[in-house]
Design a protein around this ligand. Structure first.
Ligand SMILES: CC(C)(COP(=O)(O)OP(=O)(O)OC[C@H]1O[C@@H](n2cnc3c(N)ncnc32)[C@H](O)[C@@H]1OP(=O)(O)O)[C@@H](O)C(=O)NCCC(=O)NCCS
Length: 227
């Protein structure tokens, strides 16, 4: 807990004192309750675990299922409306903001919530839905809806979530060059096909213009010689 308090002080410019953090940070309160509830859950005392989780939700407006596995230094900033499902797994040094859901799609059973890597930031209102993996060092933009695997070191924004940055570089390459399992988007694929065809046509036109130019230059030279 001390590590988390230190982290909050480092990460949140609004955090003024340790006493303030202890008293006013509902994300911290929710995590303290969750650590206790999770222990009861693991001891198979699920009713007590759920009782603690429900009390925590009543106090903080943050709903973390006692079954969720959460790593070290987890920081929930603001917190209102956060929901974390039973089979969610969260790595170390993850920060999430208000309104984030780590939920299921309603179509899966068993492991039905996401696995979040280390050092991930999930923006306000983002929804991560389904049993897939978000890699280490990923930034998820505010209000994004992420529905499939995200590779490490990337930034995802929008609905459905699209990768706009990988390893600090903006993604400008045709989506065809990227992994289809990451970005299944038929409209983008159509656009890529069109882009490819336009490039081919441009190259063909350029070639023909060059050939014509060379022919004309050759003819001119021959005419000049004859004269
Ligand atoms: C996504 C985010 C992390 C920025 O990451 P980044 O790697 O620096 O990305 P950039 O700012 O370079 O943006 C890349 C592109 O995504 C767009 N973008 C950024 N955030 C976006 C968002 N939340 N939704 C939709 N598009 C977004 C940018 O406009 C830019 O588009 P462009 O390439 O067409 O210009 C940040 O914008 C964000 O949403 N942070 C969440 C913060 C938050 O929730 N704060 C709550 C405080 S209470």
């Amino acid at each position: 807990m001390l590590k988390t308090i230190k982290l909050i002080k480092e990460k949140d410019p609004a955090a003024q004192s340790i006493l303030g953090i202890l008293l006013f940070y509902s994300g911290l309160h929710a995590m303290i309750f969750h650590r206790i509830a999770h222990k009861f859950y693991k001891w198979n005392l699920k009713f007590i675990a759920q009782l603690i989780a429900a009390f925590s939700k009543f106090l903080t407006n943050i709903e973390i299922h006692p079954g969720a596995t959460i790593g070290e230094r987890f920081f929930i900033d603001h917190g209102t409306g956060v929901v974390i499902g039973e089979t969610a797994i969260v790595g170390d040094d993850v920060t999430i903001y208000q309104g984030v859901t780590l939920g299921g799609t309603g179509k899966q059973s068993g492991k039905r919530h996401p696995t979040i890597g280390n050092n991930v930031v999930i923006g306000a209102g983002a929804k991560i839905l389904g049993s897939f993996t978000v890699g280490d060092n990923v930034n998820i933009g505010a209000n994004a809806v992420v529905l499939s695997d995200i590779p490490e070191n990337s930034t995802v924004v929008g609905i459905p979530g699209k990768i706009v940055r990988i390893n600090g570089e903006k993604v400008t390459e045709c989506i065809k060059n990227l992994n289809h399992t990451i970005l299944p988007d038929p409209i983008q694929e159509e656009l890529c096909e069109l882009e490819k065809k336009i490039k081919q046509l441009q190259e063909r036109i350029h070639c023909e213009v060059c050939i014509r130019k060379e022919e004309m230059e050759r003819k001119l030279k021959e005419e000049n010689k004859e004269k």
